[in-house]
Design a protein around this ligand. Structure first.
Ligand SMILES: [Cu+2]
Length: 657
């Protein structure tokens, strides 16, 4: 091993493993491969476009980062689960409702796993889904406008980690509870002692149905033992109709999990026959149970304004009553990732404390189910025999294997978190054929289409957890590092380091042309259905309703209408409904007013957005365009006069007066 190890990030390991790592670890920061060959491979000349889009979750920033590959250029950030002052997402009246939950307005989220929609097992460029861990939710982002269009909350869940993975025709998006929670037989959350964990805590796996138009609803949840559920991937090809979820803490510990949940040699992958479960649902099986959750969606029929609805129940399938929907595949040891190869024949687990990578065979699994080759059961769920379902074990896979992606040429690539490397191995004979160091500890990795049936096996992106010494230091805090690796040849070649936003977990990649062809460039004014729109300057006006004031405002290079407003009083609640009259690509206008307890608005051409302002003192307050829109952008301004609460001053406004 060539590089320094960072023991502060080591996961709890048996002491003997730790010692051996420390002995092998040596100094050196691994600067190599910055040769001209690598430079040429990532060079995208000025004015040229990247070949792939890379979508990387922002982790604790709650957003989704958009990158160009191979250049590694950060192009855009799509606001999803967190308020974004940069464009007013979650602040404007139109978008606030996207962040509603059963806990009220939640302005922050923790986003981990983006997943592109698929058709026939191939990424199709329509949508990208992403999970939220903390307050369990799944979002759907439209790749026509790069905007979050829907967010659904997941009930009976806590820590929605095994999400948002799609089935090969985007029939379903998965979700699962990471933390089991106390539930009685009626799925009511209970106020119980945490020490009663083993008796009272349960898990759920959720299947969110996606309609042709993208609308999400929770079709069913499967009641599970009180383990922790970690990651998921759908079957494909022969295993289409199944989904696989890793679980750990089969010990059902509830304290000091790093020790108490690492005792069993094997935990489980839960194999879910979702097609069979969906049939049960169609037959009306299972039970409607409490499961209050909120669904937020952009109402395109009404001005693109976000709306929320509350749903009170969810259908629960209990594997003790409905046969054949869940089987447990014993898997060493505290498995993290679960990945299905492009042929759909093999199910690969990242047993983070395991010395091998187990590869399960789907065909053997089916055979074992038919032969009832079980070694026991947990909560009515049959446990298959490890040896009956095993295709093989990858020996010497690196320390702390976490996640695997595929190149479509028969090879798998697994990240080894602790030994900081990516290991390439042959799926058929489970032999390691190549390995490359990463800087440093990689979590997920991504090959464009690498978890679909049609990977584009040209590049691999390692998403590393430690950036230290790779970039200019920025104090104690630093962004995490992605590394682009060429996988087109026999040997992997490191091409590029680039910093990412937040802490990216999983990522997705897609050929740019699949996304470019659907791009919306602006919103047509004649299609604007916003109730407070003004689609010409002639339609601008101000209306008062008690202390509520609605300003119908327009922007066009380079002025506002109206630009000067009098008649506003202290105690008013002023809604600036700003319509951008431009009908050309890339001419947004912004709107901000002094002292607003709010973010700016960034209004796309043809769009109407609303900023709420409650002036607290008298005076004259300037507003201006925040987005540099023309040579006379600095002239794009106006004033609002605020008079005392008891004054009876009339509205006065206009342009150029
Ligand atoms: Cu402007």
């Amino acid at each position: 091993m060539k590089k320094q190890m960072y023991s502060h990030r080591f996961w709890m390991l048996p002491a003997v493993v730790l010692i051996s790592i420390t002995l092998f670890g040596c100094n050196g920061n691994g600067n190599f491969s910055s040769n001209s060959d690598a430079a040429q491979k990532v060079y995208v000349a000025p004015g040229e476009l990247d070949e792939f889009y890379g979508f990387m979750s922002g982790g604790y920033n709650g957003q989704l980062g958009v990158y160009g590959l191979p250049s590694g250029r950060h192009i855009f950030t799509i606001p999803v689960f967190s308020q974004a002052p940069v464009n007013g997402y979650g602040y404007s009246e139109e978008s606030k409702a996207m962040l509603n939950t059963t806990h009220g307005f939640v302005p922050w989220g923790d986003s981990h796993h983006p997943e592109l929609s698929q058709t026939n097992g191939e990424t199709d460029g329509r949508w990208i889904f992403i999970n939220e861990n903390n307050t369990p939710r799944v979002a759907r982002i439209g790749l026509d406008e790069f905007k979050t269009q829907e967010i659904i909350e997941i009930p009976n869940s806590a820590g929605n980690h095994a999400s948002a993975f799609v089935t090969p025709n985007t029939e379903y998006v998965s979700a699962a509870t990471r933390f089991s929670i106390p539930m009685d037989e009626d799925m009511n959350n209970m106020d119980v002692s945490i020490d009663s964990y083993k008796d009272t805590f349960r898990g759920t796996l959720s299947f969110i149905k996606v309609s042709e138009e993208g609308k999400m609803n929770i079709d069913f949840q499967i009641l599970m033992p009180g383990f922790d559920y970690d990651l998921s991937h759908s079957g494909k090809g022969p295993s289409d109709g199944w989904a696989f979820f890793t679980s750990y803490n089969s010990e059902m510990a509830h304290s000091l999990l790093e020790i108490n949940a690492s005792k069993n040699d094997k935990d489980f992958i839960a194999a879910i026959n979702w097609r069979k479960a969906a049939e049960y649902v169609k037959e009306g099986k299972g039970k409607m149970m409490p499961g209050k959750h909120v669904r937020n969606y952009i109402d395109h029929e009404e001005g693109g304004i976000a709306k929320s609805e509350t749903i009170n129940e969810v259908r629960i399938l209990d594997p003790r009553e409905l046969e054949g929907i869940v089987y447990f595949l014993p898997t060493p040891k505290s498995p993290h990732g679960v990945d299905v190869d492009p042929t759909g024949q093999y199910i690969i687990a990242g047993g983070k404390l395991s010395t091998v990578i187990p590869v399960h065979s789907f065909a053997k699994m089916i055979e074992a189910i038919e032969n009832e080759d079980f070694e026991g059961e947990v909560m009515g769920i049959p446990v298959l025999k490890y040896d009956s379902i095993l295709h093989g074990e990858v020996e010497d896979p690196g320390l702390g294997p976490l996640h695997t992606e595929f190149d479509g040429k028969g090879y798998a690539y697994t990240t080894a978190f602790i030994s900081s490397e990516i290991v390439k191995w042959d799926i058929e004979n489970t032999q390691v054929v190549d390995r490359i160091d990463t800087y440093y500890s990689p979590g997920h990795l991504m090959i464009p289409g690498g978890d679909s049936q049609k990977p584009d096996g040209k590049y691999l992106v390692a998403l590393n957890k430690i950036t230290k010494d790779r970039y200019l230091p920025t104090g104690p805090e630093m962004f995490h590092s992605a590394q682009l690796i060429d996988i087109s040849g026999d040997k992997m070649q490191l091409l590029l380091d680039f910093p990412t936003e937040g802490e990216p977990h999983y990522a997705q990649g897609i050929a740019a042309e699949k996304v470019i062809k659907n791009q919306k460039r602006f919103y047509k004014l004649e299609e604007n259905t916003h109730p407070f729109r003004a689609t010409s300057e002639a339609q601008t006006k101000i209306e008062r309703n008690g202390n509520e004031v609605h300003v119908y405002m327009t922007t066009i290079r380079s002025h506002f209408a109206p630009d000067n407003i009098e008649g506003i009083k202290v105690g008013d609640k002023v809604y600036f409904h700003v319509t951008n009259l431009e009908q050309d690509w890339d001419v947004p206008h912004g709107f901000a007013i002094k002292g607003a307890n709010n973010a700016e608005l960034l209004i796309m051409p043809g769009e109407t957005l609303t900023l709420t302002w409650e002036p607290k003192e008298t005076g004259v307050f300037p507003f201006y365009c925040t987005d540099f829109c023309s040579a006379l952008h600095q002239e794009m301004q106006g004033y609002v006069r605020v008079s005392p609460e008891n004054s009876d001053i009339d509205f006065k406004y206009g342009t150029g007066q």
